[in-house]
Design a protein around this ligand. Structure first.
Ligand code: FAD
Length: 414
């Protein structure tokens, strides 16, 4: 794969000669000759969308796109929604009839040049320096404690507020509007009487929120299960080609990937400054959509996961050494899948929230407008900063760009 550090000519050469990119340029060339979708088509899978726009060429989907979707969603290119996950391209086809035309015209509308990065908060919420660093970063990590540093910092700030209470080890077991409609009653697992709140911001996963409210569309949002196996080797020289890692496309046959690996991250190379340790650190991701429909018993144990990961590393990278430390963890129902029809499901949830909760409940989290940590934070910030407006939180995914711009609080961009 080309690296951003390569010279432009080198990148072009790799893209023209590497079998991974086979058929990509040919399909881009004729894209604007492909007829526009019929008005009756309200969504389709990413595989169908890209194949259709590529004049039937399957290679880009099977090789590049399915691999990228494994890395982000652990999802199936044949099921994920083009309308929800390629919303800009989907809109371009609808508006201009082709993606090539859409790209040219939107570039022209911007006055040429690449899209401008969002401006950092100017009100001091985020420093200028941090904002600029974030704009220019393709990856960020947390030193001292990893991702846990983030909730820890949030907890510290919230506990300093006199009007805030954090209840740990307490599950929400019911959410209902009061009879007079002026508050929301929250029941919790600690057997205390239900408490009343003027507004409730939920960031629960859709499948966890579904049994607490009477909104059937929530239960229709599928989730995948992923096992991550992190391996540490004292030998620092095990990765043959340093880089971020690799993702495994759906075109790789079962015989070469019987463990259903989705990809491998070279942590010691991708994030070398995260701690002072030397050696090789790798994370193997297994399962995702390949495990759809499996019962609990059919999912691997951590011990089985470790063996599977070691087999993947030996087959793909030739690593025969035994790791010095291994942590295998099964993340059940951990990534929401924006499958075909996701947009309509969100519309249905949006209407039900307005009807049942009179704009006192809003929702956020990975199933709303992107599964990345950034997306979840943005969704939560939107909920918090628009509390008084009575939005459902789903405006982020459902509103058109201009409509949304008018609703976004200062600092968030459409
Ligand atoms: C293996 C893996 C790797 C990933 N890698 C990346 C990455 O590199 N970069 C990136 O940006 N994103 C990554 N993601 C995605 C990202 O981590 C998640 O999408 C995001 O953290 C989800 O945040 P959330 O707040 O929506 O949900 P969660 O983090 O799942 O939070 C939901 C919370 O709700 C709580 N809860 C559930 N039910 C109840 C209840 N009834 N009452 C009270 N509380 C309840 C849960 O305990 C949980 O704390 C990855 C995800 C996975 C699974």
């Amino acid at each position: 794969m080309p690296s951003p550090k390569d010279m432009k000519l080198q990148i072009a050469y790799t893209m023209l000669t590497n079998p991974m990119f086979e058929g990509m340029f040919a399909s881009m060339w004729g894209e604007d000759q492909v007829p526009k979708r019929p008005d009756s088509l309200v969504d389709e899978s990413i595989a169908e969308f890209v194949k259709r726009r590529s004049g039937g060429n399957k290679k880009p989907v099977e090789n590049i796109i399915s691999a990228v979707l494994h890395g982000i969603y652990a999802g199936d290119v044949n099921q994920l929604s083009a309308r929800s996950l390629m919303s800009e391209l989907w809109a371009w086809e609808g508006e201009y009839g082709s993606l090539t035309q859409g790209m040219v015209r939107s570039r022209r509308a911007r006055g040429g040049g690449p899209p401008q990065p969002p401006q950092p908060y100017a009100d001091g919420a985020v420093s200028q320096e941090l904002g600029e660093r974030a704009n220019n970063a393709s990856i960020y990590t947390f030193q001292n404690g990893g991702m846990q540093a983030f909730p820890d910092a949030l907890e510290r700030v919230i506990r300093e507020q006199k009007n805030a209470v954090i209840k740990t080890e307490t599950r929400v077991s019911g959410i209902a509007r009061s009879e007079d409609g002026k508050s929301i009653q929250i029941k919790t697992s600690n057997k205390q009487p239900a408490q009343s709140y003027s507004h409730v911001l939920s960031t629960l996963p859709a499948h966890q929120l579904a049994p607490l409210v009477d909104i059937p569309a929530l239960a229709l949002i599928p989730y995948v299960t992923v096992m991550t196996v992190s391996l540490y080797f004292t030998n620092p020289d095990l990765v043959p080609t340093p880089g971020f890692g690799y993702l495994i496309p759906q075109s790789v046959p079962f015989s070469q990937n019987p463990e259903f690996a989705l990809g491998v991250v070279f942590d010691s190379h991708a994030t070398p400054d995260i701690d002072a340790g030397t050696g090789t650190k790798l994370t193997v991701m297994l399962g995702g959509h390949y495990w759809d429909g499996r019962s609990e018993k059919e999912l691997p144990t951590p011990e089985e996961g470790q063996k599977m990961a070691e087999r993947v590393l030996e087959r793909h990278l030739g690593i025969k050494e035994k790791p010095d430390v291994v942590r295998a963890r099964l993340h059940k129902k951990c990534i929401p899948q924006y499958t075909v029809g996701h947009h309509q499901r969100l519309q249905s949830v949006d209407a039900a929230i307005k009807r049942q909760f009179g704009r006192r409940l809003s929702v956020g989290g990975a199933w709303v407008d992107g599964v990345g940590v950034n997306d979840c934070i943005r969704s939560g910030v939107f909920q918090g900063m628009t509390l008084e407006k009575g939005y459902t939180g789903l405006e982020l995914a459902l509103d058109g760009k201009e409509e949304l711009k008018a609703k976004l609080p200062y600092g968030l961009v459409a």
